[in-house]
Design a protein around this ligand. Structure first.
Ligand SMILES: Cc1ncc(COP(=O)(O)O)c(C=O)c1O
Length: 249
């Protein structure tokens, strides 16, 4: 971000997670909405932000569909993508929603456990509620306030989710499942070692679920996994914190 000229201001309030960053960004925008532009990095916030981000991100799904057809002569049997706010997932899914034979999975972080504050499995454990100007599934307390959330992948720790994912869940078009911190870390090291591809910790949740899913499928079935980001940003943290457990001094 700095290389391309941005001033990066870390969020210092609340639990210092994505929700607090979105709160701070909205507040800054509302102070001067004439000369400032609000650009959100996920399919969240009031209309038209979820739609705009979905449409931009769908470029990835359209291209992935084309490349997959060129490589295999058909469509994938399964799609798997991680879900934080939900932008990389909806970007992939959009190109395949009308293809009934394609089974679609969104993977949420179950973190350390399913106790409040130790995960961010919004679609699995949340209830309908409003946050940041949109109505969707929300991890919330009895008063409707967002619950604290956690994942080893900082990009997944958001207590709500893009509203279209809520619709796709209710329509039963997409199945939302979970991967925990340990499964994501295992997948992070496995993909790095086997393929030489270091996935972002967020994407490692999709890799973890795809690995589990593959074991249940016939060997002629295919899975398209969305690698939403590279692990360069995570590698120092992962090696410092978990390296020993994975045989790295
Ligand atoms: C690499 C990467 N993947 C996934 C996400 C999760 O966001 P979304 O669910 O909107 O794709 C983030 C968020 O920061 C991210 O950095």
């Amino acid at each position: 971000m700095k290389i391309v000229g941005a001033d990066v201001i870390p969020v210092s309030r609340g639990t210092k997670t994505l929700k607090d960053a979105v709160d701070a960004a909205f507040e800054a925008y509302l102070e001067d909405p004439i000369t400032q532009l609000y650009a959100i990095g996920s399919v969240v916030g009031p209309h038209p932000f979820p739609m705009m981000v979905r449409d931009f991100q769908a470029v990835v799904g359209i291209e992935a569909r084309k490349q997959f057809e060129e490589m295999t002569g058909g469509l994938p049997d399964n799609l798997v993508a991680c879900v934080g706010g939900g932008s990389n997932a909806i970007g992939l899914f959009t190109a395949f929603l009308d293809d009934e034979d394609v089974t679609i999975y969104g993977v949420e972080p179950s973190g350390l456990s399913l106790k409040d504050g130790e995960h961010a499995a919004t679609l699995t454990l949340g209830k309908p509620g409003v946050l940041h100007g949109f109505n969707s599934y929300l991890l919330q307390d009895n008063a409707g306030e967002p619950l604290p959330v956690y994942s080893v992948a900082s990009g997944l720790d958001y207590p709500s989710v893009g509203p279209q994912h809520s619709l796709l869940k209710d329509m039963e078009r997409v199945t939302y499942v979970m991967a925990n911190d340990r499964e994501a870390l295992d997948a992070f090291f496995e993909l790095s070692r086997v393929e030489g591809i270091i996935p972002a910790l967020e994407s490692a949740h999709a890799v973890a679920y795809a690995t589990k899913l593959a074991k249940t499928l016939d060997s002629d079935k295919t899975i398209l996994v969305n690698l939403s980001g590279r692990g360069d940003k995570d590698i120092d943290y992962v090696v410092e914190t978990y390296g020993k457990e994975y045989g790295i001094d």
